[in-house]
Every structure is written in C-alpha cells, then in structure tokens.
Design a protein around this ligand. Structure first.
Ligand code: MTE
Ligand code: MO
Length: 514
C-alpha cells in the first residue's frame, strides 16, 4: 500500500510538472514544452529507416504515437522515482530535477532552440520536485506515539495532498490550453485576413476528360484535408502572417532582400497544378498529392536579388530554405531557375495555405521530392553550394539531389478486394513530374501487358489518371502496373527501398475474384 502510494506520488509529481510546463511553453514557445522538445530531439536523431517505418505504419499519426510513447516511458520513470523518494526524499526530488534537465537540454538543442526554451522544463521540474517532496513526506511511517501500526502512514493526509496536487495541476493544464489557443488565435486571424490575388498567370485549363470519375480512383485535385502531410513538426507552426518575413541572401546575392507577405501578394501571381511527392512514399504508397498552387515565381525574385544559376556562371549551386521550425531543405539553384514553375506558394486549392501545409508561404518545385524542394513555413533562403552545406535529411543519409521517379499506383481495386467476375475497372494514377506520362500498362498474373486508357493530360507536372477494363475471371489474381514517361522511359521493375533517393519497382495488388 505504501509502495503503491509512493509510485502514485511519483506519477502525480510528473503530471504536475507537465501541467505547469505546458502553459509555460504556451508563453515561451509551443515547441519548448518538454514532451514536444524531447519528441523533436528523438525525431532529429531517428535513423532514416526507422523514420520511414514510422511514416509508413502510423502515417500522420506517427507523431501522436511518439508522444504517447514518451508519456508512457515518463510515467514508468515517474513511478520509479516515487519509490526512490520513499527511501530517500531528497534523492527522489533530485531525480525529478534530472528529468527537467533532460527536457531543458532537448528544448534548447532543437534546431531553432534558444536559452529561454529551457524555462518550461525548469519550472515544471521545480514544481514536480516540490510535489513529490510533499507527497512522499505524507508517506513517512507513523510515529511510534501514533495510533497507527508501525509501517503505516497518514493515509488521509496523503489522499488529501494528492487530491490537491492533481486538482491544482489539472487547473494549470486547462489554463495552459487557454493560453495556447489565445496565442494561436492571432495566427488564425492573420490567415483569415489574407486576400489572395487573382492569378496574373492562371493555371492552364484542365482539358475535358482529365478526370475519369471512377469510384475509388484518386481525384485529379487532392482536397487540402486529404492531402498527405509529412514533416518533423510535433506542433504545427502557427505563424502570424503580419510578422512573417522572408530573407534572401548568400553567395552571389548582390541585392539581399527581406520580404513581407504583402510584398509577395503584390507581385504578379502564378497559379499552377503541381503534383507533390514524398521520397518516403513506398511503391503504391499514399504520400503523393496534386494541388492547385498560387504563388510567385521564385526564379524572378532570385534574379532581382542578383542570383545567376550555375549555368550562367553563378557561384551558388544550392538554395537552402529554412523554416520557422528549423527544417533545412536544399534545392539545386539550376532546377529553380531552369524555367519550371518553382513557386513560393501562398495559396493551395483556392485558399491561403492551411497551417499544416506551410502557412503563410512554402516552396513548391515540380519534379523534386518534397525533402529537397517543398519547404513549409519558410523564412529564409540562403544561396550556397552543395559542397559547403548539407541540409537536414542529407545529414541523415538521404541524397543531396532527388528528382521524382516515374511511378504508377493502382487505386482500385484495393488489395484483397473481392470483385465479381466480369468487367472490373482497374484504375489509378501515374506521375513523372517534368516528363509527363505517355503510357500506362497493366498485366494480370505476369501475363502480357495491356495498355490502359489514359485520362487527358493536365500538364507534365501533374499526375495522370488511367483505367483498364479487366475481363476478370474467378480466382486469386495479381494485378501489376507500369508507367512510361514522356521521354519514352519505362519505370524500372527493380525494387529498391525509399532510402536514399526514392523507391523503385512496380505496384501490384492481389485480388480475389468471386
Ligand atoms: N518546414 C518543413 N517543411 C517541409 C518538411 C518538414 O519536415 N518541415 N517536410 C518536407 C517533406 S519530406 C515533404 S514530402 C513535404 C510534404 O508537404 P505536405 O506536408 O504539405 O504534403 O514537405 C516538405 N517540407
Ligand atoms: Mo518527404
């Protein structure tokens, strides 16, 4: 009973510490909360294979799983610290402070971490240590003069103290939520106030027949709420658009500039349909989406700043984009300036960027995987060289350069579906940004390849729907697809993993026709 109460007092102390640290983080910086900070540090140190595993198995929930994991580990340690405090009160309290130090170190050590980011963890740890000290005091054996048996303790006193600690912590936690949403309200209001310009250069008209409208097939344009999300941010940055600035500087920049959102909105805007793909997308995976982006041509801004691409003798071959949360993304300057629609985007599907997708401004570069092109919550662009600097994922064994590989995906039928014998539409999407898709073929059980019918092309930077009417016969069958790009190159059948520069191989689906 005493031991259980001791473990419980450790858990309560941990709870109090977090309940105080989180409101403190809402004031200092949301990312500075101890759980978020430790989670971020874990993400920064996660080997690519494990990160890929997490993205693959938990998708956008990967971060929730990580935070729950951290809380579970913390609860176990807290219980152990409670038991330690039973034997030696100061030692228990000191152990809580050690945890605070871990949180503080993680917070300050994050890419954009500053010394004040230690504050939430420090304050939380002090409160936690105090709570543990008080509670474990209640667990001291009753004095011989007392009425209770030796080895007993002041049960009532403990329950009251524990109740007070829990109630006070819950109150602090609720206050924290309030503070946090107040902080976010400013950013939300600034997003509502953004007036997107009419595009000076509208997206080319989508031809009739670009959308096949087959049940289960991905729509041509992915709605924002369904658009995949891959990033390292445990808390989505909520940038206040009014305070946002973008700086362009570095090697070969003769006229460095700092731009406001209004500066960008006032320029000639460009609207384009561009398909974005993640390098962590497995063959047949979900991390690809197509949106209508609104923004400005990045190349024009770079020219005005004096930047020349390497092919014109410019000294910088790498453009490093930095986000407000410390992500760094390195893009070939040549690619950004070769005439493709490399955008600084502020609109997505007719709205200001959603916070999850980079509000107020992100980069979008057709033909490059997101980790080498699509910096969300961008705040800084530095011109440098690939020799001089490795960006975040490159430091973690991914390739410096990563053009998107040609891929086709079967959307319908789903794996292990059991369609009825007869004509079954096999349909999906194929993409080869910059090159376009010229052919898609399907085969059954390793038999001959059948050409699929392609939807009308909406541009070579846009994925293309396809369908093949399959005369399905009863039994188990394997459907397999391959795409050929606009240069005539057919995607390789060789299977490789996502690391270091994107998966290859053909998507296949097993179905059971009844
Ligand atoms: N700031 C920031 N930008 C980022 C990332 C990130 O982790 N942080 N992830 C990149 C990766 S790996 C991809 S695939 C795209 C995904 O963009 P989306 O989440 O809008 O789909 O964003 C890129 N931009
Ligand atoms: Mo990605």
């Amino acid at each position: 009973m005493r031991a259980a109460s001791a473990a419980l007092s450790g858990v309560i102390a941990g709870f109090s510490a977090l309940a105080v640290a989180e409101p403190a983080a809402a004031i200092v910086r949301p990312e500075a909360g101890p759980v978020t900070a430790v989670g971020g540090a874990v993400i920064d140190r996660t080997p690519p294979a494990l990160k890929d595993f997490a993205v693959r198995n938990f998708g956008t929930d990967d971060k929730l799983v990580l935070e729950l994991g951290i809380l579970a580990v913390l609860a176990l340690f807290a219980a152990a610290v409670g038991l330690l405090a039973l034997r030696h009160r100061p030692a228990g309290a000191a152990a809580v402070l050690v945890f605070g130090a871990v949180g503080a170190t993680a917070a300050v050590g994050r890419p954009e971490g500053r010394v004040p980011d230690a504050l939430p963890s420090v304050v939380g740890a002090l409160v936690g240590a105090g709570v543990l000290y008080l509670l474990s005091g209640r667990l001291a054996p009753a004095r011989p003069s007392g009425q209770r048996a030796a080895g007993g303790f002041d049960r009532r006193g403990f329950v009251v103290a524990a109740g007070v600690a829990v109630a006070a912590s819950a109150g602090a936690g609720l206050l924290g939520r309030r503070l946090d949403s107040a902080v976010r309200a400013g950013a939300r209001a600034s997003r509502r106030e953004v007036r997107l310009p009419l595009p000076a250069s509208p997206a080319p008209a989508v031809p009739a027949g670009a959308e096949l409208e087959i049940p289960g097939l991905s729509p041509l344009v992915t709605p924002g709420k369904d658009f995949y999300r891959v990033d390292t941010a445990l808390v989505v940055p909520r940038v206040d658009a009014g305070a946002w600035r973008l700086r362009i500087h570095g090697e070969g920049v003769t006229r460095p500039v700092t731009l406001t959102l209004q500066d960008l909105l006032d320029r000639e805007s460009v609207e384009r349909d561009i398909t974005l793909t993640c390098v962590s997308n497995e063959v047949g995976g979900p991390y690809v989406g197509n949106a209508r982006w609104l923004g400005v041509h990045l190349a024009d801004l770079l020219r005005e700043a004096g930047v020349r691409p390497p092919s014109e003798g410019g000294p910088a071959d790498q453009l490093v984009a930095r986000s407000v949360d410390g992500m760094t993304i390195g893009t070939p300057v040549e690619d950004v300036m070769d005439g493709r629609d490399a955008l600084l985007a502020f609109g997505m599907n007719g709205e200001p960027l959603p916070f999850e997708h980079g509000f107020p401004v992100r980069m979008v570069v057709p033909g490059l995987y997101g980790y080498v092109s699509a910096c969300k919550w961008i705040k800084d662009i530095e011109l440098t060289t690939f020799d001089a600097y490795d960006a975040y994922w490159v430091q973690r064994t991914w390739s410096r350069r990563a053009p998107v590989k040609t891929q086709a995906r079967i959307d319908t039928p789903r794996p292990f579906a059991s369609p009825k014998a007869g004509t079954v539409p096999v349909a999906g999407v194929a993409w080869a940004q910059r090159r376009g898709i010229s052919r898609v073929e399907v085969r059954v059980d390793g038999g001959p390849w059948h050409p699929a019918r392609l939807a009308a092309p909406a541009g070579r930077d846009v994925w293309r729907q396809w369908v093949w009417e399959w005369p399905a016969t009863p039994g188990s069958h394997t459907l397999e697809v391959r795409a050929t790009d606009g240069t005539g190159a057919t995607q390789t059948s060789r299977r490789t993993g996502t690391v270091p520069d994107g998966a290859t191989g053909r998507h296949s689906v097993v179905v059971d026709v009844s």
